[in-house]
Design a protein around this ligand. Structure first.
Ligand code: UD1
Length: 423
């Protein structure tokens, strides 16, 4: 297993290119199952989760090949048996999104219930209830969802009980090829949902209202092929900006949609950082210790849960007390004991509220990555800390941060990746 060795205490400075968004690429890849025609995707990040999704698609009979560093060509002209096995679905929740498209194409499918980061119960009830509304008959047997739509999918009005990104994406894909009109109420408004809608529209789907809580879809009989570029990763961008601020440096993220970073940039300004926004770039600079900032995660356009851990790393160095409340997931403070190893002072009021008392400095330590985004909070703490840190279980980061070591080096970080010594 690989680990990261970092020598902290130096400001990060420079420009870092932002990759395509993992959370947009994964549903778009699943949506490729909906069309028999060839699709070419650009700005696909070469991440472990993307490789996992591609393996699953290949297993389902899709031809998928990298044409270039970030370009993938796909063809789902002929599909194999529509079964997504546990081995391919267990590591990543987004793989479950193949169920809807498989039902649209084949009329039946068997998909293992998903795995993913251990950040809460993360059920898929909203996905399943929505599919049932679209005419799917399903049962859960031995950890698998067995589903049939013998008379095809048909449009319906679906009010989701809870704002769910994956659930909205799943039903959007299924409804795109259903017979008739679908209305999704209480839909997620995340930019990644919008990107999926744009992709489906590129293939000929009829969708309106994405980016709002009410999406309307007029089903079409079949979709065409097309070429599409995945949107830039706002979570990766926010992570590097926070690393810049925590090390009291100056970092520019290049190739982003600044509007997608709104809530994070507001909080960075509140912390005392200087934020410069250009058309496709954002620069953040911080010279002094950050001011304390309290925040509460929420669905978009609120503060993203996927940046909560990274922001907490910055708050660890603030000149006062910050409060962090996690409202999206019920178990997303696994980074807290690891941050404490650097000397951070964090106490949990309950499973969803943390109180962070800023300290003047952190000191390097050996730590362990616990989940994808939380792992980057450890990178930020290690970069800001005095001395050497070792971060174990790097595979968590490989799921979501493309070329992380190279990108950090480009900003002047002293960082190396190596095999963990045995024992
Ligand atoms: C996606 C993102 C993830 C991000 C999350 C919230 C991808 C691949 N992953 O995950 O990085 O942290 O959005 O922004 O895009 N829920 C239910 N029932 C359901 C579905 C969800 O109760 O059927 C709950 C979940 O347990 C969670 C909340 O709803 O508490 C939000 O989950 P959801 O928005 O679905 O997250 P994901 O799509 O899994």
């Amino acid at each position: 297993m690989d680990q990261l060795v970092l020598e902290g205490g130096r400001p990060l400075t420079g420009v870092v290119p932002v990759s395509g968004a993992k959370n947009a690429a994964l549903p778009v890849l699943a949506a490729c199952l909906l069309t028999e025609a060839p699709v070419v995707l650009e700005r696909v990040p070469a991440l472990q989760d993307v490789h996992t999704q591609l393996s699953l698609l290949r297993h389902l009979g899709v031809g998928a090949s990298w044409q270039d560093d970030e370009v993938v060509a796909l063809s789902a002209a002929a599909l194999a048996e529509p079964v997504a096995p546990y081995e391919l679905v267990r590591t990543m929740r987004a793989s479950f999104l193949v169920l809807g498209p498989l039902l649209a194409r084949c009329g039946h499918a068997e998909v293992s219930l998903p795995g993913g980061c251990a950040i809460g119960a993360r059920p898929v009830d909203q996905h399943l209830v929505g599919l049932q509304r679209l005419g799917v008959a399903l049962e859960v047997v031995g950890g698998y969802v067995r589903a049939r739509a013998p008379r095809g999918l048909r449009g319906a009005r679906i009010v989701m009980n809870q704002v769910t990104v994956g659930g909205t994406e799943h039903l959007l894909m299924a409804a795109a090829c259903a017979r008739g009109h679908t209305v999704l109420e209480n839909a997620a408004e995340e930019p990644e949902v919008v990107d999926l809608a744009r992709f489906l529209r590129r293939l000929g789907a009829r969708i309106e209202g994405e980016g709002t809580a009410r999406i309307e879809i007029e089903g079409v009989e079949h979709l065409e092929g097309g070429r599409f570029a995945i949107l830039p990763d706002r979570i990766e961008a926010a992570s590097y900006l926070l690393a810049g601020a925590a090390t009291r440096g100056r970092v520019t993220v290049q190739g982003v949609v600044p509007a997608h970073l709104g809530a994070v940039l507001d909080k960075l300004e509140e912390a005392g950082a200087r934020v410069d926004v250009e058309a496709e770039a954002v620069t953040v600079a911080l010279e002094d210790r950050p001011r304390p900032v309290s925040l509460r995660t929420a669905p978009y356009p609120g503060f993203p849960t996927d940046v909560q851990a990274q922001f907490m790393a910055l708050a660890c160095l603030a000149t006062g007390v910050s409060r962090v409340r996690e409202t999206v997931f019920e178990n997303r403070f696994m980074h807290v004991p690891e941050l404490a190893r650097f000397g951070a002072q964090i106490s949990l009021e309950d499973a969803r509220s943390a109180v962070v008392t800023g300290v003047p400095k952190l000191v390097g330590a050996p730590v362990m990555a616990t989940d994808l985004r939380a792992s980057f909070s450890l990178v930020i703490a290690a970069l800001a800390a005095e001395g050497e840190s070792i971060i174990d279980r790097l595979y968590h980061m490989d799921r979501g941060y493309a070329a992380m070591t190279e990108k950090l080096r480009g900003l002047g970080a002293q960082v190396a990746r190596r095999k963990a010594p045995p024992g």
